[in-house]
Design a protein around this ligand. Sequence first.
Ligand SMILES: Cc1cc2nc3c(=O)[nH]c(=O)nc-3n(C[C@H](O)[C@H](O)[C@H](O)COP(=O)(O)OP(=O)(O)OC[C@H]3O[C@@H](n4cnc5c(N)ncnc54)[C@H](O)[C@@H]3O)c2cc1C
Length: 383
Amino acid sequence: MRLSPSETQTLVQRTAREFAERVVRPLAADIDAKARIPDAVVRGLGELGLLAVNVSPDVGGAGAGAVAYALAVQEIARACASTAVTMSVTNMVGEAITHFGTPAQARHYVADLARGDAGLGCFALSEAGAGSDPGAMTTTARRDGSHGGDWVLDGAKQWISGGSAARVFIVWARTRPIEAASKGISCFLVDGNAAGLRVGRPEDKMGVRGSSTVPLEFSGCRVPASAMLGAENEGFKIAMMALDGGRIGISSQAIGIARAALEESVRYAKDRRTFGAPIAEHQAIKWKLADMQTRIEAAHLLSMRAAWMKETGRAFSREAAIAKLFASESAIAVCNDAVQIHGGYGYTRDFAAERHLRDARVTTIYEGTSEIQRLVIARSALA
Ligand SMILES: Cc1cc2nc3c(=O)[nH]c(=O)nc-3n(C[C@H](O)[C@H](O)[C@H](O)COP(=O)(O)OP(=O)(O)OC[C@H]3O[C@@H](n4cnc5c(N)ncnc54)[C@H](O)[C@@H]3O)c2cc1C
């Protein structure tokens, strides 16, 4: 594995950093307060190729690879975690459609997602009763032979990121009876404005508030046979493979949030004085800063390893789980220390430390909880 980024990776990282500093960071507090990312931010990401970093240029992507993608998500998350998760999920959806879809599906959706001006890519796997265990999903898709093999979707999804501004949802639904569990699930591309699909009210969340998280209701939602992504009853594998890549995105998001928390803590510790000296002079604060830095750098290396393995065509499921587990748990610890270093001010909205802690909190939950990452890692250790 190369430890220094290539020219392309450096260029993507710099591009993302410049956009994050100039456009995203000044809006981050407002995005959190208003629970909305301005359309111009998403369009800006699209114009820079950041919504399809690891997607082939043939279908509108930047073709810069998985490592460049991970570096770019970190940079955006350093400025705004909500924008980073929006970017990450749209990249994940674009990659999945390119990888598993037909050329016609890729042409139809991916260029739109890459541009960022037609809506987001959304990943609709979870349900109210099926999060860690998506094989228990109850949303169904039944074939309607009288209409040229159309599929009709019924059921409900829960927690769908970006769902209020979706161009397309990848929707998983049961195409065999519940006893078939994960072997009876297929995957469909459903337009954001499809008839029979109702997008519910966004959840009022603790963090990543700018990224809408919505329930979906499918009631006789009809899609053509050509909307199936991949083969019938093979949808679960698509979900698991997409989530492996998604976990690299979430580890990068967690690292970016933690970097912001550390940088702000360093600034604050140099400035704030107690007992006649900057608090940075107190050993207890120095140790915190050292531990924060160490966690971030270790998480970065784990995340880069997973991204490099993906980029070079190696199996990376275990490495992505390790990176996601370590980076997300580290981000929470780092952000918690950042609030402590800021003292009482850290507990107010006047400083970003409290937002970072709220934003970091979800990274051990979505795209597989820490407990599920540990199951993946232990399974491989015991194999
Ligand atoms: C802000 C946000 C955005 C999200 N975005 C999306 C999205 O875009 N698309 C999507 O499909 N989903 C999304 N999700 C859903 C997310 O992936 C699920 O919340 C997550 O997988 C956990 O599922 P659950 O909430 O049903 O918890 P449960 O599965 O009910 O788990 C509850 C607790 O039990 C633990 N647990 C469960 N099973 C085991 C086990 N076998 N061993 C040990 N512990 C276990 C869990 O780790 C957790 O701590 C999002 C969630 C949030 C909060």
